[in-house]
Write a protein that binds this ligand. Structure first.
Ligand SMILES: O=C(O)CCC(=O)C(=O)O
Ligand SMILES: [Fe+2]
Length: 208
């Protein structure tokens, strides 16, 4: 049983869920499939994902274990446009004032066996600028069929309280939320850890 507060929800066991959105089949499916194949073909360009810790950008696999590719090559423009096209609807849905995007920050993440990301808020990780420019977070999931991993849910945490909601990272599913929403990636298991079997995600942050 939940109550609502503007666009936010108040779970029965306390706290406050900021609004979020989940859309299946977000991209035309040939484009989603081509992005996945692009990620798999570029395995050698992925590097360990970093975090911001005490003002320093660093790799700490106890907090975040993932590899990332920071440019989507021939897909970069198309993905940028898709994020900007979604922006007005997400602003309305989340009850946020409209803003002019200065940039869409994009990276492709590959989560293999044991990968995870502890609970965090995207305005406090990685981008070391004050005020932090990230306003909207969009994550598009990609994986081969049949899925080669188990676990790896995106967990959205209530502000205060212990409540959470899990979103399964299904191929071509988009999860979107205000960048100030606390969330985590649950540890996944990827038997054999073949790169092609990983949980891929295109992270998009729309900057003000
Ligand atoms: O892959 C996900 O579900 C979310 C990743 C994430 O939270 C991040 O990179 O900041
Ligand atoms: Fe995040």
């Amino acid at each position: 049983m939940t109550a609502t507060f503007g666009a936010a929800e108040i779970p029965a066991n306390g706290g406050l869920f900021l609004p979020h959105d989940v859309q299946s089949d977000w991209l035309p499916s040939p484009l989603a499939d081509a992005l996945l194949e692009y990620a798999i073909a570029n395995e050698s360009r992925f590097c360990p994902g970093s975090i911001l810790h005490s003002g320093k950008v660093m790799v700490d696999e106890t907090i975040r274990q993932v590899s990332v590719l920071s440019h989507l090559g021939p897909f970069h423009e198309q993905v940028t446009r898709a994020a900007l096209t979604a922006q007005p609807m997400l602003e309305r849905l989340f009850g946020m004032p409209a803003f002019t995007a200065s940039e869409v920050e994009i990276e492709m993440a590959a989560h293999g066996d044991g990968a995870h990301f502890q609970q965090h808020i995207d305005t406090f990780v990685v981008v070391n600028r004050c005020p932090n420019p990230r306003v909207l977070t969009l994550v598009l999931y990609l994986h081969r069929q049949p899925r080669g991993f188990t676990g790896g849910a995106l967990r959205l945490h209530a502000l205060g309280g212990e409540a959470f909601q899990d979103i399964m990272p299904d191929h071509n599913r988009l999860a979107a939320f205000p960048s100030i929403l606390p969330h985590s990636v649950q540890r996944l298991t990827c038997p054999g850890n073949a790169f092609a079997d990983r949980r891929f995600a295109v992270n998009m942050w729309i900057h003000r």
